[in-house]
Design a protein. Structure first.
Length: 364
């Protein structure tokens, strides 16, 4: 442990996308700050990426790396949030720097498409990922699927499994979520990046199909466009409303008033938005991918659909809106809320992170 401290608390140097970035990792990090992680440790966060052009992102990354090096001597623990693609490559430089200086390292793996990204990069990328992950004292994964993927990378009998900690994403459990009858009838909500990988094309087509039975069905789409999909999303103005990027009280209001939350992604890690919707007693309809099945048990805490399958999605929405399904909808929404309270409360998550920090600081 470092002998240089600004307080009597462990000095945690955390790095990940800037907290202003519209994305899942930023939502997780902001949740940690809002829940008070910085009260029990000396927490310093460095944003390594901001939204903008490639050149701007490069300047941000270089500046973040310089600040990271300037703080590294003080750090007792380095906690780095990574996804896949450019995120993993960018963070690899931070991991190497911390490893060279013999710091305790936690790699927090969020990437929903990690397996495909490694496969597409061939043997060279596989070796790079193994080297970087091997430098960590602990590897946090957000689902058992991610745990399996990382274990499969190390098929040489190494002790990587002993380093892995399963720590699902978590949310603050809102109070005041009462009678489901107060929600707007036939109302759906989508929040996130607006791109093909999120299934937005299939969702738009599903609404086009569902409105034949439920002409007043209303889908609100909140997020930022990452692809040129504005014409597709806004092709059904009577049934689809684009509400921009929402957060804070505005997001809470949308979740509390919507009957159904839908996320038909092609791949996912463990989306915070699904947990927020479950906690707000929305009926969640989501793809059977990544860490989603860990949260959503089909017809128990939500409905699972096949990614990329418009028919599967439209059938699920049609069923969820039917009067015959009303009792099931209440049962599922109540069970989902209870599951978030028991398994995904941010307070429990913070306690686990603090115990992890303490165990590393106490290690000889």
């Amino acid at each position: 442990m470092s002998d240089i401290r600004t307080s009597g608390k462990p000095y945690i140097l955390m790095a990940g996308p800037d907290r202003s970035v519209h994305g899942g990792i930023s939502a997780v990090v902001n949740g940690y700050f809002d829940a008070g992680l910085g009260r029990d440790v000396d927490l310093h966060y460095i944003g390594t990426m901001k939204e903008g052009s490639k050149l701007y992102k490069l300047f941000v990354a270089l500046g973040a790396y310089v600040r990271f090096l300037s703080q590294l001597k003080k750090a007792d623990i380095v906690h780095i949030h990574v996804a896949s693609d450019s995120s993993f490559i960018r963070k690899s430089f931070f991991v190497r720097a911390a490893y060279k200086r013999r710091k305790h390292i936690i790699i927090h793996q969020h990437g929903g498409d990690l397996k495909n990204w490694i496969r597409n990069g061939g043997e060279k990328r596989l070796m790079m990922v193994r080297r970087i992950l091997g430098m960590a004292d602990r590897i946090i994964v957000i689902s058992d699927i991610h745990m399996k993927i990382i274990c499969e990378l190390f098929d040489d009998g190494s002790d990587i499994r002993e380093k892995i900690i399963l720590l699902p994403n978590s949310v603050k459990i809102p109070s005041g979520i009462g009678d489901l009858s107060q929600k707007e009838k036939n109302s759906l909500l989508f929040l996130g990046r607006i791109c093909k990988d999120k299934g937005i094309v299939e969702l738009t087509e599903a609404i086009r199909q569902v409105k034949k039975t439920y002409p007043d069905v209303k889908l609100k789409v909140g997020g930022i466009y990452e692809e040129d999909l504005k014409e597709i999303v806004e092709s059904e103005p009577d049934n689809i409303e684009y509400v921009g990027w929402v957060e804070g009280d505005e997001k809470d209001k949308l979740l509390s008033s919507s009957e159904i939350y839908v996320l038909p992604s092609y791949y996912e890690g463990q989306p915070v938005s699904v947990l927020e919707a479950m906690a707000a007693k929305c009926l969640v309809i989501a793809s059977d991918v990544g860490g989603i099945p860990m949260m959503i048990k089909d017809h128990e805490t939500g409905l699972l659909v096949t990614p990329g399958d418009t028919a599967s999605l439209s059938q699920a929405i049609d069923m969820a809106l039917s009067e015959e399904f009303s009792e099931d909808r209440v049962r599922i929404c109540e069970a989902a809320r209870q599951k978030t309270e028991q398994e995904y409360d941010i307070k429990t998550c913070i306690d686990k992170i603090l115990r992890l920090y303490n165990s590393l600081c106490d290690a000889v």
